[in-house]
Design a protein around this ligand. Structure first.
Ligand code: ADP
Ligand code: MG
Length: 785
């Protein structure tokens, strides 16, 4: 094995002993590893032998030592491993120096780069490489490890390997638009079959009886030799140097060999890179300096160095991003004086006292945070996140009461008219006793009704308005809007949020989401917002039991529901409607409603709610359901968000595989909103795929929205999650907010500390310049949002 593999094995061994997982003797195992070390490593790294014997002799008597001394030696042994790595597996500064050529400037157009020229620059532009700067940021997609060349006969399948072989024969076949090139190589003991699809240029490299170096992933085949698809191949001229080479994604017209050469010859650019991350942080976090990281990511000395380089570059991206956000936030605070509201809290106290329950601790905290923000001179920019049913609406109401007391109007924007009506009813009921005038504005009100509400808003006769998108249309003016609340914020884009906040100057803004975001995402997507979180649900709530039910067992479900109905509890049946216009789906929901009404549950009141009804009809249906004139509501996803019917205890979801995780959780959140035990039943069809089934199983095993969000993020990746791109989420080149999350947290912490020490970044000029270059667009959004 290679030195780095040896060190990994040793590390694992020492850690196992340190944690008590292993109790046998250490030394024999160490000696065994040593015997497996590739001899050529010793001649490759001068003085390695000397260091290794020191290492082994330090640990040689460890098995005879008492516990304390043994632990101490194990710990020191681990430190020695870290040193060995830094010494042998990373480039030192002279080596870096020798890899870098003459200095070049990052903004130099690619056609003036070394080894490029007019023709090649066109090809590189197809790969989005316009400047030398882009070239250096064109990171390898993989690496070719030429430190060990395997005999073909000992290749392990499904692992990347390098082999040497003589080309026995090759052929090219064309079939229905494809070219398949096949070749057979042999090293005298074993044979290997190579195949390339639609890579016609490969044929020019192939000459019978020549010696080749081949790198790729070997697969087992039912008969005959192993096979490699699209391997890297290069004729061997002279000795094969022992090295790790970058593998880039390419386009036709440029070979891997040429690309490597171009990158290497222009690597001198790295000389002009100033460190963005202060060196004190780099050292403390065990990261590589910027020049080193950029060099090593292209031409690493070991796999260990690749890992370090990646980590360092990812960290740098995160650090840059987090500093930008904090910096902008500070600038905004400085530049804008917001409304400094005077709030005594008398009115909100009155509202709290009128409630039949106590606020939860988290509700109180969130409310206090909001109040502090509103009293402060700078505008509030806060996200309130909490699971479905955690009581966010009430917190928003309290904020609006405070805002009223300070003498300003409030607007609450929600994604659907059904939800707007629900909130309006509740708010009117709870706030009019305090003397607050409320109004509703949705696009489906009659024109003259809308005009009337608009007129009253402008005159200042309405204190709190609830509405849909209609609120952000032109022609809606306020007398003195002071607070904007956006409910179910994930349903809106950044732009919409932005529009409403421009209706009043330097407003306080509160956005709420019931689709909790994993902390990692919160730091990036909502990095510009302060966050309040409601973690605890109101007292007495128990999690909703989630069940996957085979369709043939529907009878059991019906009888369960009958029992629930007898106790005065209610049920939802949800049908997916991807597009409200999909006739077939709507027909399904309609048929099912009829069946439930006439055959299964006659006499209890079964109603159908869907998006194509007008607002009055919708409101009447909801009203009858709320007052228990009807007990079963068959619906499409109109009820997905926000709907609050505390006596509903059963949620039946048809075709659950058609919904996303967040949607399923929202639907499940329509029940379990009181102390009554509730269930969510996902009805399973036979035709569903294994993948879909296991996804639903995982969903069923979660109950908190935070877990669902983590799961969703894991299954779909951050790009898909919530359609984040639209939310102004940054695209990182190398950092991965899921896999590198710990790094992101560290970067956040460090950025915070840096901003405390040097708030204007006077000592960090390079960081400031880079910040403006990379994030000018994003920074603009932060400014407005
Ligand atoms: P969400 O956070 O999903 O928007 P809501 O604000 O609609 O949740 O609240 C869900 C239900 O819980 C409502 O019926 C509300 O009246 C009730 N509720 C809110 N706060 C409390 C509390 N502290 N104790 C008990 N019930 C509460
Ligand atoms: Mg809500």
């Amino acid at each position: 094995m290679l030195l780095e593999q040896f060190l990994e094995e040793c590390e694992r061994l020492l850690e196992a002993h340190l944690s008590g997982k292993r109790e046998d003797n250490v030394l024999p195992e160490l000696k065994r590893f040593l015997s497996l070390l590739d001899r050529s490593e010793l001649s490759h790294f001068s003085s390695l032998g000397e260091y290794l014997s020191k290492f082994i002799s330090y640990l040689s008597r460890i098995d005879e030592f008492p516990h304390d001394r043994k632990v101490k030696r194990l710990k020191n042994g681990l430190e020695m491993i870290a040193k060995l790595r830094n010494f042998f597996l990373l480039h030192n500064s002279e080596e870096i120096e020798s890899l870098l050529g003459r200095p070049v400037s990052p903004s130099t157009p690619i056609k003036y780069a070394y080894s490029v020229g007019e023709a090649r620059s066109k090809i590189l532009k197809r790969m989005d490489i316009e400047t030398i700067g882009d070239l250096i940021q064109y990171f390898p997609r993989d690496y070719e490890d030429r430190r060990i060349i395997m005999p073909i006969s000992s290749i392990v399948p499904d692992r990347k390997v390098s082999v040497k072989g003589r080309l026995l024969n090759f052929s090219a076949k064309k079939a229905s638009g494809y070219t398949i090139i096949s070749a057979v190589v042999s090293d005298g003991f074993g044979q290997l079959l190579l195949k390339w699809f639609n890579q016609d240029y490969i044929i020019q490299k192939l000459r019978r009886d020549r010696e080749y170096l081949i790198h790729g992933l070997a697969k087992e085949t039912p008969f005959g030799p192993m096979e490699m698809n699209s391997p890297e191949i290069e004729e061997i001229q002279g000795e094969v140097p022992r090295e790790i080479l970058p593998v880039y994604s390419l386009t036709s017209g440029i070979s891997m060999k040429m690309m490597r050469k171009i990158v290497k010859r222009n690597l001198g650019l790295v000389r002009s890179l100033d460190d963005l991350v202060p060196s004190s942080i780099t050292t403390e976090r065990g990261l590589l300096p910027r020049k080193h990281a950029f060099t090593a990511i292209h031409f690493p000395k070991s796999l260990y160095e690749i890992r370090k380089a990646r980590e360092s570059l990812a960290y740098e991206e995160f650090f840059l991003f987090e500093t930008t956000i904090l910096f902008r936030k500070r600038q905004i605070r400085k530049e804008y004086q917001g409304l400094q509201k005077e709030i005594s809290g008398v009115l909100s106290k009155r509202l709290i006292e009128s409630l039949p329950f106590e606020l939860t601790k988290d509700q109180v905290t969130a409310f206090e945070e909001i109040r502090d923000d509103m009293r402060a001179a700078s505008p509030m920019n806060r996200l309130l996140q909490g699971d479905v049913g955690s009581g966010k609406t009430l917190v928003a109401e309290l904020a609006m009461v405070d805002n009223y007391e300070a003498g300003y109007q409030s607007a609450l924007m929600v994604p659907t008219s059904v939800l707007a009506m629900q909130h309006y009813e509740k708010i009117k009921r709870e706030l009019s006793p305090i003397g607050i005038e409320t109004g509703l504005l949705t696009g489906s009100l009659k024109k003259n009704e809308q005009d009337f509400v608009r007129m009253r808003l402008k005159k200042g006769e309405i204190d709190v308005v609830v509405g849909t998108h209609a609120l952000i249309q032109d022609g809606v003016e306020f007398k003195n809007l002071g607070l904007v609340v956006v409910d179910e914020q994930h349903r809106f884009g950044v732009k919409q949020r932005e529009t409403l906040t421009t209706k009043g100057k330097l407003l306080d803004s509160l956005v709420m989401t019931a689709t909790p975001i994993p902390r990692t995402l919160a730091l990036t997507v909502y990095g510009d917002l302060d966050i309040s979180t409601i973690l605890t649900l109101p007292k007495g709530r128990s999690p909703v039991r989630t069940i996957i039910l085979a369709r043939k067992r529907l009878k059991d479900l019906y009888s369960y529901i009958s029992d629930e109905l007898k106790m005065g509890h209610q049920a939802f049946f949800i049908y997916p409607l991807i597009e409200e216009s999909e006739q077939v789906d709507l027909k399904n929901a309609t048929d099912e409603a009829t069946k439930l009404r006439e055959e299964v549950f006659p006499g209890v009141g079964v109603e159908l709610l869907h998006g194509r009804l007008n607002d009055n009809e919708k409101q009447e249906i909801m009203q009858r359901f709320r007052s228990r004139q009807s007990m079963i509501l068959v619906s499409t996803t109109v009820v997905e968000v926000g709907i609050d019917i505390p006596t509903a205890t059963v949620m039946v979801i048809e075709h659950p595989e058609r919904f996303g995780m967040a949607q399923l959780h929202q639907l499940r959140g329509r029940v379990g909103r009181s102390n009554l035990k509730s269930i969510c039943v996902m009805v399973m069809n036979k035709a569903i795929s294994d993948d879909a089934l296991s996804r639903l199983r995982e969903f069923a095993s979660t109950s908190s929205g935070f877990d669902v969000a983590e799961l969703d993020l894991r299954l779909r990746g951050p790009g898909e999650f919530l359609g984040l791109r639209q939310h102004g989420m940054p695209q990182f080149l190398i950092g991965d907010i899921v896999n590198d999350r710990d790094l992101l947290f560290k970067a956040r912490e460090d950025a915070k500390q840096l901003m405390e020490e040097d708030p204007e970044l006077l000592e960090h000029g390079a960081l400031r310049i880079e910040m403006e270059r990379v994030y000018s667009e994003r920074a603009r959004l932060i400014e407005v949002g």
